[in-house]
Design a protein around this ligand. Structure first.
Ligand SMILES: NC(=O)c1ccc[n+]([C@@H]2O[C@H](COP(=O)([O-])OP(=O)(O)OC[C@H]3O[C@@H](n4cnc5c(N)ncnc54)[C@H](O)[C@@H]3O)[C@@H](O)[C@H]2O)c1
Length: 441
């Protein structure tokens, strides 16, 4: 099949590469010429395991191409995936300007049938807006050309995106068109060889399903985070509680890790957008209101522990930070808890020396050159002369470090662990002051 993917970010690039991998001809279009230049010269603009090899392979096979030429991209694919960003607007609702612009472009240039598929996370009713925008453009051209609009929300996880796309646990399709269902069923057949994973439903339910999934996951995290604070007060250990409840198959072990707050490009904005939709429809979502409040509070939990240990004035103090990306295996720092922590520590007069296996360039892009931020070349270099270490992202490389070397590099053997990577007793036996989340003192 010939497919156009509009928006070549985390979702668009992964989708485009994976669709080419199974034999389709894919053209990825983006308005960001810098991204397209990087891709055309053989690089990739993001860090995602396995992606660079897949992109190279499919470009070499002639099945995957990149362009900034919108008109050519509209002519190319019978199926047009919209995978542009839907960032939060000022009031928390999803900003739909990029989706609508993409729809208008299709209406402006199409000459034959198109199946337009919303892959971006979009509020309920967006497929209708896309239809109207395309219809208006066609009318302006005095044309009537058949098209369908379907919703196909994406559930891939950054850090495991290629695997998630190639082996999805479900493929949600929202449409009332038989033609759209058939086209998407045959497009996705190669990704579901051992059993049918297609869940076909009406468009509005598909649009809501994506928000419901992210809201549920965020709820589990905030629930555990609040419980971890209580566990600490009560002298209980949240890690033992996690095991105790996770063993119940009705609960399961996933997404029960307490930490220093969720971040990323999806949970915060999707929770906000769903709350906004609920407000507009006068339906209270009290649970979700609390989920967001709890998460905001949780981002300060390590800084509060630092204040309790070192006081409010951190002038002349230096903190080492391990992990900047919002989660491991990505360079994405959108809404990362590391940003909240760095800025809070700066406000109290401290300086930071930070290390992340993938997000150093992104940190440089966000903060530029500053006297109060050193970007270290290794985890150990970040510790040199630091008053304490903060662990913010649970990269595998941080799980079993050489504690003796760490002690010799740090000014004080103090660790604030926002991801509960270590056993408190082991660390204390090694002479560390260790401050994890919700664990027994
Ligand atoms: N990142 C994730 O893990 C993830 C997972 C599932 C769903 N989603 C959703 O997918 C959507 C895209 O997310 P992302 O993280 O890939 O965003 P991104 O910011 O990485 O990429 C979006 C791209 O779209 C481009 N763009 C904007 N307007 C355009 C236009 N009119 N024509 C062509 N390109 C245009 C931008 O330049 C950018 O490169 C969002 O709605 C997001 O919520 C993201």
């Amino acid at each position: 099949m010939k497919i156009t993917v509009i928006g070549t970010g985390y979702v668009g690039l992964v989708s485009g590469a994976c669709l080419a991998e199974v034999g389709n001809d894919v053209l990825c279009v983006d308005v960001d010429a810098r991204k397209i230049d990087i891709l055309k010269s053989g690089g990739i603009p993001i860090y995602e395991p396995g992606l660079v090899e897949m992109v190279k392979r499919n470009v070499a096979a002639g099945r995957l191409n990149f362009t900034t030429d919108v008109e050519a991209s509209v002519h190319f694919g019978e199926i047009q995936f919209i995978a542009v960003g839907t960032p939060p607007d000022e009031d928390g609702s999803a900003d739909m300007q990029y989706v609508v612009a993409a729809a208008r472009n299709i209406g402006r240039y199409m000459k034959s049938f198109k199946l337009v598929v919303d892959k971006s996370t979009v509020p309920v009713g967006t497929a209708d807006r896309v239809k109207v925008a395309m219809q208006e453009e066609l009318q302006a051209r005095g044309l009537s050309i058949e098209f369908c609009v379907a919703s196909n929300p994406e559930f891939l996880k950054e850090g495991a995106a290629v695997d998630d796309f190639m082996k999805p646990d479900r493929i949600v399709i929202g449409t009332d068109s038989e033609k759209a269902t058939q086209l998407l069923r045959s497009l996705y057949t190669p990704f579901q060889r051992n059993r049918d994973r297609l869940v076909v439903m009406d468009v509005r339910s598909a649009e809501l399903t994506k928000y419901a999934a992210n809201a549920m996951l965020a709820t589990r995290i905030s629930f555990m985070n609040e419980l971890s604070t209580l566990a600490e007060k009560l002298g209980a250990d949240i890690e033992q509680v996690r095991h105790g409840i996770g063993a119940d198959p009705r609960i399961g072990y996933h997404f029960l890790y307490p930490g220093c707050g969720y971040g990323g490009s999806c949970f915060p904005k999707d929770v906000q957008a769903l709350r906004r939709t609920a407000q507009e429809n006068n339906v209270p979502l009290r649970v979700l209101d609390a989920v967001e409040l709890a998460n905001e509070a949780q981002k300060s939990v390590l800084v509060n522990k630092i204040q309790a240990r070192f006081g409010d004035n951190l002038k002349n103090m230096r903190f080492a930070l391990w992990g900047l990306a919002f989660k491991p295996n990505t360079d994405d720092m959108r809404e990362a808890p590391s940003l909240t922590m760095i800025e809070a520590l700066w406000r109290m007069g401290a300086t930071i020396s930070a290390y992340d296996p993938a997000a150093m360039d992104e940190t440089r892009r966000i903060y530029g050159q500053r006297d109060d931020l050193t970007l270290a070349e290794s985890p150990m270099q970040a510790l040199e002369g630091a008053d304490a270490l903060l662990i913010v992202t649970e990269w595998k490389a941080f799980r079993s470090p050489d504690f003796e070397t760490m002690k010799s590099l740090l000014k004080n053997p103090v660790i604030f662990d926002g991801r509960n990577l270590y056993e408190p007793q082991t660390l204390r036996a090694q002479g560390f002051e260790y401050f994890p989340i919700g664990r027994r003192p």
